[in-house]
Design a protein around this ligand. Sequence first.
Ligand code: TRP
Length: 380
Amino acid sequence: MNVIAGMNDTLNDKFDADENEAGERIEYGSYEATVEKSRQLEKNLAEQPGNYRVLTGDRPTGRLHIGHLFGSLQNRVRLQNLGVRTFIVIADYQVLTDRDMFENISDNVRNLVIDYLAAGLVPAEGKTCIFPHSHVPELNQLLLPFLTLVSNAELDRNPTVKEEIQASGLKRINAGMYTYPIHQAADILFCKANVVPVGKDQLPHLEMTRIIARRFNERFAGSKPVFPEPQPLLSKAPVILGLDGSQKMSKSRNNTIMLSASEDETAALLKKAKTDSERRITFDPVSRPEVSNLLMLISLSTGEAPENIAERIGDGGSGQLKKMLTETLNEYLRPIRTRRRELESDTGFVRTVLRSGIREAREVAEQTLSEVRHVMNMDI
Ligand code: TRP
């Protein structure tokens, strides 16, 4: 056996053994339990929005598409409008965990902000704070104490990181890839967020954040915890499939409709969307995923139940289904796209939004970092 690999195994075994004894292995819990807790949290949020602070975010890898809009953006706008204080981190450092591309980062950041604002996020004090984490040094500094609270073996076991390593096809994996979940804990905890709306793939990261908060409090904070243990909030929106009807909508799979697409481009893309050979339209996500996904998109645009839409189209077939979807989706997106175009031509405004978001995030992060230094006996 390779000596170095053997040594690693021993190290990992040691960490595992220690963690078992201390009862500190990361337990991801069941998905069903998380869904149930989310439901309860959803109720509490509506009743007492002032008790909550939301943080969520995206990597700036490109513009957003309708999967993002229906899957996460609208949920953020809804929480904001309930009166929940909201922070949105643009995770620009995280882009470099699985790719070398950095030429487009600032352009992608700008376009993300445009998509956010067009979708209805309001960048004002007391509403939503939008910032790229590369501009908030005090947030990034939290990474250093947090790194000492997690073992290598725990980082190695993160299922989402494992999948991303596989998907990237990279031979050389940089240390940022293994450690970004800890950085993500800094993204979340710098503002003491207690709710994080995320998709299923992010749950392992959130569990790590909760553990870091718990370990930090236990180790350093005595009877006055510094950090909350944030709860995941799973979106109620259905997963939107791509226009191929077989996989999740995603830019890398080339099956999306971008928020920035024109009405004609949208019509052309929908014309090519996959359906099936049965003439009569029915809503049946299991055996007719392609047709059902298109019905779901009409439903999201109009609010009508997909079964009723199917009923009305009936023998009109996929031609009529696509025609109806093109019309309703373009109509639904029209105000968003108009606002998008206005914002695109107002670069000064987008920059102002980022500057004030950064200023606010830094104030919050400075305060947290000084509490952290204090409990760690690092005051001078
Ligand atoms: N990892 C997230 C993604 O790839 C992006 C992200 C960074 C994030 N920091 C976050 C999401 C904090 C939620 C909270 O999509």
